[in-house]
Write a protein that binds this ligand. Structure first.
Ligand SMILES: [Zn+2]
Length: 382
């Protein structure tokens, strides 16, 4: 089914190329044959029938490359690559490059596609060489730099990725957040190699690139906590929670511990998080705060959660309320336990994180979306 769909698409692409040739009057001309348009006898027929290397070679030889047909050529190459037939895509693009009539601009386009072929084939050194050269050509600079990033990400060459990313920032501010993630990767590398000071330096750079880099705050908190700098750890955690209040659900215990060890004003900090965020995302913060309040007044804590639950009902809020009821008094405890067990199951089957960009959903927090490769786009649900 997919196969026949592919060949159908190729058929229409070839028709488009034929149309381009017809318009440019290079290979055949309807006008010269009178009023009846001739049916083009090539190049799509052998490609459709044989699906072989020979067919591909004939396809390459048969087509003249000019401005009207270049896009269709490139589209065929992309289709081949997408189908996993990278060797054929390489053949096609190398065949096109053998054509001496290519203009510089056309040649850059084809080289770019060839670089992408090598990237897809895992021949990273050849892809890198091509992209490095193309990154100096204005017309394809952006695409070449993006290609380089994909290579350095695969190779975990984060320093090189940083250099390339800094060049991309001028074109697209999205790369500020990507750059911050590269610094975080460097920081994680240094942490693994027992160089926490260097790691903290990279985290500073991450936050300079993107002051709302959640990951940098969380990594900072971890390093500060290991160095027994609990007040710094607490403040980094709270910064992270202010950026993304739903995060309190997963780092709530760290927040409590850092506050306990540093004597920081936990209640004030959580109230700030709740006040800024509001709505469903602050549910986790409301629940942590309620436990604090419960230490001095159980009725105030229950009222606090109940108000939030009524305004912003959610499974998480309901579960928190049930838990709090159990802590605050044991009336109807058995029924409460049943409810809580059921809710636990509901929460488990649910996806906890979703990519804002492509909708990818999963149970783990990925810094780089496995589906669309976007950085910092997977967000916790609540
Ligand atoms: Zn995604």
């Amino acid at each position: 089914m997919i196969d026949s769909l592919f060949w159908l698409i190729l058929f229409f692409l070839a028709l488009a190329i034929g149309w381009g040739l017809g318009r440019s009057g290079i290979s055949w001309s309807a006008r010269s044959h009178g009023s009846v348009k001739p049916i083009p006898s090539y190049p799509y027929v052998p490609l459709l029938d044989e699906q072989s290397d020979e067919a591909l070679q004939r396809f390459i030889r048969a087509l003249e490359i000019n401005d009207s047909t270049l896009d269709a050529h490139l589209a065929v190459g992309r289709l081949l690559r997408k189908r996993g037939e990278v060797d054929k895509a390489i053949q096609l693009h190398e065949g096109m490059l053998a054509n001496r009539q290519l203009t510089n601009a056309q040649s850059f386009q084809v080289h770019l596609e060839l670089g992408r072929d090598f990237l897809a084939a895992g021949v990273l050194s050849r892809a890198e060489t091509l992209f490095l050269e193309l990154a100096e050509e204005k017309a394809v600079r952006l695409a070449a730099l993006k290609g380089l990033l994909r290579i350095y990400e695969q190779e975990h060459e984060w320093s090189k990725a940083v250099e390339v990313c800094e060049r991309l920032i001028a074109e697209d501010s999205y790369y500020r957040s990507v750059l911050a993630h590269y610094f975080c990767e460097l920081a994680e590398q240094d942490t693994r190699h027992g160089r926490p000071k260097d790691a903290l330096g990279y985290l500073e750079q991450a936050l300079q690139a993107d002051s709302s880099c959640l990951r940098a705050f969380l990594l900072q908190a971890k390093l500060f906590s290991r160095a027994e700098r609990h007040a710094d750890a607490f403040s980094a955690l709270i910064q992270a929670c202010r950026l993304q209040p739903a995060l309190v659900g997963s780092v709530g215990n760290d927040v409590l511990e850092a506050a306990g060890r540093s004597g920081a004003d936990l209640e004030g900090a959580l109230r700030a998080v709740i006040g800024e965020g509001r709505g469903l995302p602050v549910t986790a913060a409301v629940l942590v705060l309620a436990r604090q309040i419960a230490q001095r007044s159980t009725s105030e804590a229950l009222r606090f959660v109940q108000e939030h639950l009524r305004a912003y009902p959610s499974l998480l809020a309901l579960k928190g309320w049930v838990e709090l009821c159990q802590i605050c008094g044991d009336s109807g405890k058995v029924a409460m336990e049943d409810i809580e067990g059921a809710l636990d199951k509901l929460l488990l089957v649910d996806f906890r994180y979703r990519c804002e960009r492509c909708g990818f959903a999963g149970k783990l927090l990925h810094w780089q979306c496995p589906a669309c490769h976007g950085w910092g786009v997977v967000k916790p649900l609540y």
